[in-house]
Design a protein around this ligand. Sequence first.
Ligand code: GLY
Length: 368
Amino acid sequence: VVSGVQLTLATPYPIFCSPGALDLVGTVALEHAPAHRYAIIVDDMVAGYYLDRVCDSLQQFVPRARCVVASVPSGEMHKTREQWARLTDILLAAGCGRDTAIIALGGGVVGDLAGFVAATFMRGIQIVQIPTTLLAMVDASVGGKTGVDIPAGKNLVGAFHPPAAVIVDPTTLRTLPERHLRGGLAEALKHGVVADAAYFGRVRDALPSIGADAETIPDLLLPIIADSIAIKSEIVARDPRETGLRKVLNFGHTVGHAVEAVSGYELLHGEAIAIGMVVESGIATALGVTDGSLWAPLRDALAAAGLPTALDSALSRDDIISLMYHDKKTRRGNLELSLPTRIGAMAGAENGWSVPVGEAVVRSALGG
Ligand code: GLY
């Protein structure tokens, strides 16, 4: 059953993607993350929908007494060092040790937070990622980035800790609020921009059908999710620790992460990244990195996805720029961005896949 839904990918860990894959958790955990105890770290909104199914699947193989559940409040503002400490304390109090594996059930916040717990608990234990948002399915659950946000910026404390397996069940998208579904489309469109113009076109063509009927979402998005995972897996397999090529997946994120934080996390990650991609496309245009075929089609596709494409004038440009300097691509104190040359191709191969950008160009592209 399990082999039938495993995607053929470059990642060293299996990714299972299929409607109903949620019921495979027990089998997948037993085979790919065998453990004495399992700690399920779950988003408290998601728990009401899918926790029982995951527990039932796991408890086919593991006694209930060896399954620990810890929930995390929904929302990016909870991806913190405090939640990391609380979760590790819960695991310790429940008797978890090195022979425990974590199961992360939720969106990118839970995946990143649970992943950082897994990376650090007893110096590292296995984790199975079960993303239940579109954004986590197409992006966050794949590639082993884990971490927490701190006041100085997003994801500034973390670790690379690849999962033992990823289980993607697109039927969980039926209960995802539409705003979050649209947020995930930003990362899918990003994968098209950085690597595959034909994929960008397929996502754009699907946009008018998205949101009309929640029942149709899993079938409509299954091929988009699978293709996005394939694009990301290929890049991550070639540069797992982001020494070069993987930086292209940061397109839109240098500005986007700063905008997200300055909004006080009022903007969803995908919404901030949509704005970030438009602003960074403007920077690419100003620098002559792109030929001009990028900005308008990308802006139009993001708008068609129902995403914001302009920066609120109330957000402080100074604060955004100041946070941008904490970006992990910053070299010798200078800003570097991952910028496209056109839809489907990125610039900067000769410079480790990022382009130096002066602050004045950024300030002008931010407008306001
Ligand atoms: N989300 C970008 C990356 O995983 O590298």
